[in-house]
Design a protein around this ligand. Structure first.
Ligand code: ZN
Ligand code: ZN
Length: 453
């Protein structure tokens, strides 16, 4: 087998792997990096322009895996795009949102490559999607009659997310994709087979840091609920900057349960952004496939309101209240960024981060800033004194490194290919695997250079 990492910048970003297995050529994901702009933000799909692909696989609908898919499909007409039925419900909605963002970035920042595809191309995906439910092996034949088997496996992480196995002539290759083993309130943890494989392609997102001893997700949720309660009872409001896909619905579900059990007082809940729309899609997935435990009714029970119409940064927000706003990293111009201008200055308020923030994003900078400092909202030309409490809760959507390492060792692979992680994260896995299994082949592919496994 040969694997080429098409993500030109390495790390996590424009995730995309080109896999050659016997006569089969498969593209796995075509993502878009949030840290780059224009054509720099997507995989080097041009390098495989002339390769006759058999399949394009999508592991899940996060944009770092899906964002450049219309470009990949344009270059390879007639090749089926395989994804889980749950991903099929969300994928085009995610791409339309990404298209909106690209159009805005073209206008505001003059990114001339944007948008990278036309809306029509998102629509045209419909006929190309081949839905494949988890745990259903599917044979594919090459022109000369060779066969390969593809099986998706439920990966936790977000609704629709899948790892997968490729089997070809008694060789078994397992790709984890992005994976979470813990159960969430809205989504059960991954159900990966623990059987011997020849090669394991492993995500390494959390390799650089372990969890504190005694960590449990339930405990973390308990602490979050307690911090929200204290804030509301003290007359303050809570801002939860959340990722739209998966995390926002999980947060709604946590608030819903906690209010139902009287662990939280009933206060107004405001929400905004793509995540609110996605609640309808999750409802649809829940009805059709049971891949997620979420119902639209939760929003009705919570009487979720949109941010006040025409809300301007710096304008007073009603409180005590809970604000569940995207984006999770408080990226400029998003509802969480704009609302923070108002909420940060009041010491009774709480900003609760429930997901990872890149250190260079406003969310990351806000976590590092000291109390009493002024925080500059550059694009709004406003500043706020940091008086509100800022706390982080680890509700990550990725498996802890020790769990993932144990999983890797269980599979007894002859070779492990490290993907989806920063260099320090990959190094940790490489060191640990080498120590535990000195004979194992460990590959950390250099971007754009094929590796033989
Ligand atoms: Zn993901
Ligand atoms: Zn990812």
């Amino acid at each position: 087998m040969r694997i080429t990492d098409l993500n030109p910048h390495g790390g996590i970003g424009a995730n995309s792997l080109f896999v050659e297995l016997g006569p089969f050529k498969v593209l796995v994901d075509a993502g878009m990096s949030p840290k780059h702009e224009g054509n720099e933000a997507i995989p080097r799909l041009d390098l495989i322009d002339r390769e006759p692909l058999d399949l394009i696989l999508l592991t899940h609908c996060h944009l770092d895996h899906l964002g450049a898919m219309p470009v990949a499909l344009r270059n390879h007409p007639n090749v089926p795009l395989v994804m889980t039925p749950a991903s099929r419900v969300i994928a085009q909605r995610m791409l339309h949102n990404s298209h909106n963002v690209m159009v805005r970035q073209r206008e505001e920042n003059g990114v001339r490559d944007y948008p990278l595809y036309r809306r029509q191309e998102i629509e045209q995906m419909t006929g190309r999607i081949f839905p494949l439910a988890p745990d259903n092996p599917r044979f594919f034949s090459s022109l000369d009659g060779d066969t390969m088997t593809l099986t998706y496996h439920h990966a936790g992480h977000i609704p629709g997310a899948a790892g997968f196995t490729l089997e070809y002539h008694h060789r078994k290759i397992f790709f984890t994709g992005d994976v979470l083993f813990d159960d969430m309130q809205t989504l059960p943890g991954a159900t990966f087979p623990r059987e011997q494989v020849d090669t394991l392609v492993l995500e390494t997102t959390r390799g650089a840091s372990g969890r504190p001893p005694g960590y449990s997700r339930d405990k973390e949720v308990g602490q979050l609920v307690q911090a929200i309660r204290e804030t509301l009872e003290g007359g303050g409001s809570v801002l939860l900057p959340t990722f739209a896909l998966g995390r926002m619905q999980e947060v709604f579900s946590i608030i819903h349960r906690s209010m139902g059990q009287r662990q939280l007082p009933r206060v107004p809940v405001f929400a905004s952004g793509l995540g609110v729309d996605l609640c309808d899609y999750f409802d649809q997935i829940a009805r059709k496939t049971k891949a997620v435990d979420f119902r639209r009714q939760i929003l009705k029970d919570l009487k979720v309101q949109r941010l006040p119409h025409g809300y301007k940064p710096g304008q007073r927000l009603p409180g005590p209240a809970i604000y569940v706003l995207s984006s999770g990293m408080m990226v400029e111009h998003t509802p969480s960024y704009i609302a923070a201008v108002n909420l940060l200055g009041d010491a009774r308020n709480l900003v609760a981060f429930v997901g990872y923030c890149d250190p260079d994003t406003p969310g990351g900078l806000l976590q590092q800033a000291a109390e009493g400092e002024y925080f500059l909202f550059e694009v709004l030309d406003k500043r706020a004194m940091l008086a509100a409490r800022r706390m982080r809760f680890d509700l990550s959507g990725h498996a802890d490194r020790d769990e993932l390492l144990a999983f890797a060792l269980d599979l007894e692979p002859r070779a492990v290919v490290l993907t989806h992680g920063d260099p320090e994260a990959r190094d940790w896995f490489a060191d640990q695997l080498r120590t535990a299994r000195p004979k194992m082949q460990i590959l950390d592919p250099t971007p754009l250079e094929p590796v033989e496994v």
